[in-house]
Design a protein around this ligand. Sequence first.
Ligand code: ATP
Length: 356
Amino acid sequence: MISISIRQLTKRFGSVTALQRLDLTIGAGELFFLLGPSGCGKTTLLRSLAGFYIPEEGTVLFGDEDVTRLEPHRRNTGMMFQSYALWPHMSVAENVAFGLEERKVPAPELKRRVAEALESVRMGTFADRKPNQLSGGQQQRVALARALVIRPRCLLLDEPLSNLDAKLRLEMRAEIRRVCKEFKLTTVYVTHDQKEALSVADRMAILDGGRILQVGSPREVYRRPVGRVVADFIGETDFIPGTVAGVQGGRVAVETPLGLMEGVPGDASARLVAGAKVTLCVRPECWSLSDRQPEGNWVRGRIGEAVYLGELAQYALQVGDRLLKVIELNPRFLEKSGQGEVYARAEPEDVVVLAD
Ligand code: ATP
């Protein structure tokens, strides 16, 4: 197990700065996700770790070793990329053995390690098949075995599941987590899929414009986004503008067009003082609906469009001239759509106050 330390990393492509003085430490054995809008620098960062890109400035350390300028094949990283196809003319076992042959591992050890790697991804009985005789999910398992067999110092995954259908993705998510934890592998995983990141990551970084906006556990990032871009990128959020009325005991009272709301700061370092312009972020599932006026932190409106999805319903709640998204589990307010007014309440803990 090694930690990965990235210090002041800058990577440019002509006039485009893909990574800007980026600092990040990934713990030994951690399953770490990189997320962010298209073009934010995720792949560039991953490729810099793999050694395919040499940065203009900054360093990459694997443990204590400076690998910034080390060639890719000397870094001993296991890679699984979306486009990292298996060799069609080779059997599963030959595909997995390839990296060991390059490293001139003796035949008996090679055979044993290939068998172990295939076993670890539950593909032991498929060793003699050709890739075109496997399902998409099975091919990804072989690609994972191929990455593991070289006993990499870390695993680098770029959208490894994006070619799979929804059900297989779910299955493979769990499988990747199991394998990474079993092998105690430090893993860096790039994805566009927030659910994949929220359900599998130990921690994640949200990037934008080649910089890191926030690093934290899935819960921290989802529940306490430090800014609008993060809140908007992960999950759904309603943004409500307001002005700070007062701050007490970690709670911030905010005057909004919908009434006085209490919340908590998203970024502990932000200076929130009376009179400051802020934005409130409330997730749709944080509202609870009722017919009667609740105690504090509520808004009142009419349910407009309602979408029934079985275990939950999504509503558009018209409050004044604003539409709020509300999700109700085990829906009971469906019949109120187009009817009279209802109350929606959010716990102050679920209302995140961001400085503008
Ligand atoms: P996506 O989610 O779309 O895959 P990403 O977050 O992985 O995006 P990168 O591929 O790292 O983003 O690209 C970061 C920036 O660097 C983008 O503006 C991109 O256009 C630019 N870029 C990446 N690779 C190159 C290259 N080889 N030559 C020129 N510009 C590049």
